[in-house]
Ligand binder design. Structure first.
Ligand code: AMP
Length: 635
């Protein structure tokens, strides 16, 4: 199946021109930049040969006086300030991107920074000696270093970059990532989901279709994503993970074991614990290639303790932790309604997947050997670089352009608190869809547009994304105005909604940037809820629709009675209609759909002759002063 191709006007490359483009993995712990050179995707090192740039930024007072980028210290050099000056050394800023202060407080980890609420914008700021810094600015400082590194290596300016984000990043987190790129003077060709980038690095997008598991175990976090390649589109079928599980936990269990062996007390000095963790980490990494790892610790009493960690002891210590990653794998499969047998390929991402034991256990679970050929630290950046090269127009023969889908349906609130879905979930992006709406009441001159996200039928069960108003609608009879509402989702999953009244052209629009976002678990919950409540939701929808119809009938009839009821109806007719109207008003408040329907039908029946009389009167008025043939002749 050929993949969709989009050529951006004015962006496609001349045959021999090569547009410089890069892929950036903006990670929680480390970031990388990669590009295609001589047909090969590679990550770029700094002058000391380090490819990984620790995602740590240190701000010093110097940075206020003269804001030169190189006075803001980023990476390894900033790492050394983490202990001595934690308030001004920002690490793991990705966890804060696109989050409100409320979300940050619930992150679980205690952060050493001083947060200041930024009135109006909802974005929290971090107080540093160099002034208030938003997570977007801190991320931009990391991106600037990567941009410089790439431009120096490639010998020219970058035309664009692809930046990767976790699959579960919501609109606000994606927008914050794009804002950071803009601040770093980078042109974002596209944001790409990290697991999708890893799949691209292994060329899995070249297959016709398939279901792949991307297992990402880093230093501090674990993510599993199930991707489905279908008609050239990677759909994220499910994600799961553990935001507090990774290589650091393995270091801790080894360190604890050494403490027991060397009889080190649990309340040992901080520096002793630090040393133990360093020794543990070295031993762990040694055991990825050797059968045993020597252990040497200088104890506080001056004695040098020596020991050894064997493979079998190591496995005994770490197997429970590896096992902890298997439960989220099971959960992700269950959520995607799949079994292990449905998985075609397994891709390993993250430094901890270098451990042969992890590869073995993951291979056992998925019943197939995982892909391990590409450095698991670089695989995401490499996938992003491949994608950036295509988007920059360097591969005119390559008809592939990877497209994503939206994870939850987008719609607007209609009368009765119901949701009208405009773009259903799993629609390929970019996408634009338009639907016509109309006014509910006579003379209505404004319309409140409430944009919601979710699978449920009732607004209250969905997530509210934004509200805006369309004003200046000319007063008309109910249901005669034509309001076109357009939903547009760009390639990065950002939504803009616009509304236009057709006759006057009055227009209003909004770009949705929620101040805080959904976690992957929220998306999972919303999808599960929608499946569990499907019957109840359909029933509620039918009832609400019937109630809205009742309101419409009541409003129209009341207006008619007020205008000419006493004039056109005999007294007993007036009383009969009024009684039926009261009955409809009464049953409308209940939850009996059929009763409301019957009351509407009854009212319809007994008002037929009244409607006829009204019609006749209207025609009579219209014809007064005209000859009959004016109405019968064709012109
Ligand atoms: P990441 O967050 O993806 O950079 O992964 C970092 C984690 O990978 C740290 O816990 C490292 O100790 C671990 N790691 C890196 N190389 C190896 C290796 N050769 N064997 C075992 N773990 C490793």
């Amino acid at each position: 199946m050929p993949l969709l191709q989009i050529s951006e006007p004015g962006k496609s490359a001349a045959p021999h021109q090569h547009n410089l483009a890069a892929g950036i993995d903006l990670g929680t712990t480390n970031s990388l930049v990669a590009s295609i050179r001589s047909g090969i995707a590679e990550t770029f090192p700094d002058i000391e040969g380090h490819h990984l740039l620790p995602s740590i930024v240190h701000y010093s007072e110097m940075a206020i006086t003269k804001v030169r980028d190189d006075e803001i210290i980023v990476g390894n050099a900033a790492k050394s300030f983490a202990n001595q000056d934690p308030l001004n050394t920002i690490a793991s800023v990705k966890r804060l991107l696109g989050r409100g202060l409320k979300d940050i407080k619930t992150l679980g980890t205690r952060l050493p920074y001083e947060f200041v609420e930024n009135e109006g914008q909802g974005m929290p700021m971090i107080r540093t000696v160099a002034g208030l810094k938003s997570p977007v600015q801190v991320s931009a400082d990391i991106l600037k270093v990567l941009k410089k590194r790439a431009e120096k290596t490639l010998g020219g300016e970058l035309t664009g970059v692809v930046i990767t984000v976790p699959a579960y990043f919501d609109d606000a987190q994606r927008q914050a990532t794009k804002d950071a790129a803009t601040l770093a003077d980078l042109n974002v060709l596209r944001l790409l989901n990290e697991p999708t980038a890893a799949a691209v690095a292994y060329g899995l997008d070249k297959g016709a279709s398939g279901i792949h598991a991307i297992y990402d175990l880093g230093g501090g976090t674990f993510d599993i994503s199930i991707l489905r390649l279908h008609h050239g589109v990677f759909e994220v079928m499910a994600t799961a993970g553990d935001s507090a599980l990774g290589g650091d936990d393995i270091d801790r269990v080894i360190a604890q074991w050494i403490m027991q062996q060397a009889h080190i007390a649990n309340d040992a000095e901080h520096h002793q614990i630090r040393e133990l963790l360093d020794v543990a980490r070295t031993a762990k990494e040694t055991l990825s290639t050797q059968n045993t790892a020597p252990l040497n610790i200088k104890l506080d009493n001056g004695i040098q303790w020596q020991g050894e960690l064997t493979h079998s002891q190591f496995h005994e210590l770490i197997d429970p932790l590896i096992q902890k990653t298997i439960s989220p794998c099971r959960r992700a499969l269950r959520d995607a309604r799949l079994t292990v047998a449905d998985i075609n390929e397994v891709v390993m991402v993250g430094g901890t997947t270098r451990m042969p034991r992890v590869r073995e256990k993951v291979g056992d679970f998925f019943q197939r050997p995982p892909h391990i050929d590409i450095d698991p630290d670089k695989v995401v950046a490499i996938g992003a670089a491949i994608q950036a090269d295509i988007l920059a127009g360097n591969k005119p023969d390559d008809d592939m352009l990877l497209l994503d889908v939206i994870p939850l349906s987008l719609g607007i609130e209609t009368m009765g608190g119901l949701v009208e879905k405009i773009i259903p979930r799993n629609t390929t992006i970019p996408v634009a869809k338009t639907q016509e709406f109309t006014t509910f009441k006579d003379g209505q001159t404004a319309m409140a547009i409430h944009v919601v996200q979710g699978e449920r039928e009732i607004v209250l069960d969905c997530r509210s994304l934004a509200r805006f108003e369309l004003r200046g609608i000319p007063p008309m009879v109910a249901a005669s105005a034509r309001i076109r509402v357009t939903f547009q989702v760009d390639a990065d999953g950002l939504l803009s909604v616009s509304a236009t009244e057709e006759t006057t052209g009055v227009h209003s629009e909004i770009t949705v940037k929620p101040s805080y976002g959904l976690q992957d678990t929220d998306i999972e919950r919303m999808l599960r809820d929608s499946l569990e409540h499907v019957q109840k939701d359909v029933a509620t929808r039918t009832l609400r629709e019937q109630q809205v119809e009742a309101d419409r009938v009541i409003n129209a009839l009341r207006a008619a009675l007020k205008a000419d009821g006493h004039h056109l109806l005999k007294h007993h007719e007036f009383l009969e209609i009024s009684a039926a109207l009261d009955e409809l008003l009464r049953v409308k408040e209940g939850n009996h759909v059929q009763a409301i329907k019957r009351a509407i039908e009854h009212l319809d029946e007994i008002t037929q002759s009244y409607a006829q009389r009204r019609m006749d009167t209207a025609i009579h008025h219209a014809m007064t002063g005209h000859r009959i043939d004016e109405f019968t002749q064709e012109n």
